[in-house]
Write a protein that binds this ligand. Sequence first.
Ligand code: DSN
Length: 440
Amino acid sequence: MSKEAVSKINGLIKEHHEFFGKAIPLIASENIMSKAARLACTCDFQHRYAEGWPGERVYAGCEFLDQVEILCADMAKQYYRAGFADVRPISGVVANLAIYTAMTTPKGKMMAMPIPSGGHISHAPRLAKSTGNAINGTAGAVRGLDVEYLAFDQKEMNLDIDGSAKRIRDFKPELLLFGGSVFLFPHPVKELSAVAKEVGANVAYDGAHVAGLIGSGYFQDPLREGAEAMSFSTHKTFPGPQHGCVITAEAGEWSEKIKAACFPSLLSNHHLHNVAGFAITLAEMLEFGKRYHGQVIKNAKAFAGALAAAGFKPLCEHKGYTASHQVVLDITGLEQSFGLGADIEKALEKAGIIVNRNLLPWDAREGRSYKNPGGVRLGTSEVTRLGMKESDMGAIAEFFKKVIIDKKDPKAIQPDVAAFMAGFTTVKYCFEETKAFEWY
Ligand code: DSN
């Protein structure tokens, strides 16, 4: 079986590539790399060890990979206007753990956005009550943090400043953490950081979703608004490999603590090949990021408008729907005629449209859980990297309408989706534009 397993695995990978090449990728936490970045991620670095900081490794053989890591950190500092960058965390969760290790004491107190409103699992307490289940959040389960949620304004889809300020003054956290997985509008970092300082709290920002937007100068600028550190993953709006990073405004007390947290506390070796892919993508974003991320946001706004025109309910019409790459659809009201989030996710997948179901902040109150929630979260990062513009968003909204409102057989729509995607097969906003779903 072992030899057959190899051809089976290769066959499945090939099928995956073919499937994605014909699909509309709308998962808000995904993106696609250039060929140059993908090739860097497959280089010999992945076979090597380089524990520690460049120039201070505990292994020999690191001369060239040290230079790549230094270049990567330098470009991260430039892109984010930061005084320090640690490019070693191997994911966004590990980057968050580096922040918790540096900025809290074990079993200390932290405040973050509520999970049912779009906060991330890594910000959650141990055995947090969520909708439909109890979750073992990273902050609680790994660092033992006592996590209290900030107040959330469901109409504005943002943190409620007055309510959160009161909770911060009452709870007196050691760490105030901004950011989340549903992230339509900039968080009030300036206003709430000032309150955090009154109670002596440290302030950090999880920018995983919006890292590309921030680097390219859109959305908000957490390090200038009061956050002492920002963690992020490098593969959402930032179109690099699956990896993580922590930056601070200045090199100083926090950067030293982050460095020590990354190694030796949280990592022995880090994923050197992905540092190489991250570095290539930073070079691309320093050159093309302004144009790329400007288009990502324009496309998200246009997509929300087109979906509304097609009969759907994107959240926050009164605020122009979104200031990021995300659009959140409230699909309640379609229960009888079609179904909820999970049903829509499945039907769209049959048509070759890849989305993910998502909780709406009021789902629990209305008896819905994450298994079949009232929302669908959409993102425009990947379709934009494949070259789509505002005018293409109407065509995608029309596919949504055909499947969900007109209830046409999704399998019958799939060839039209594939034909549409035949116009978007190249990765843009990089130095050499090449085929997106080729497998080298
Ligand atoms: N779960 C990811 C997301 O989709 O937002 C973040 O890790």
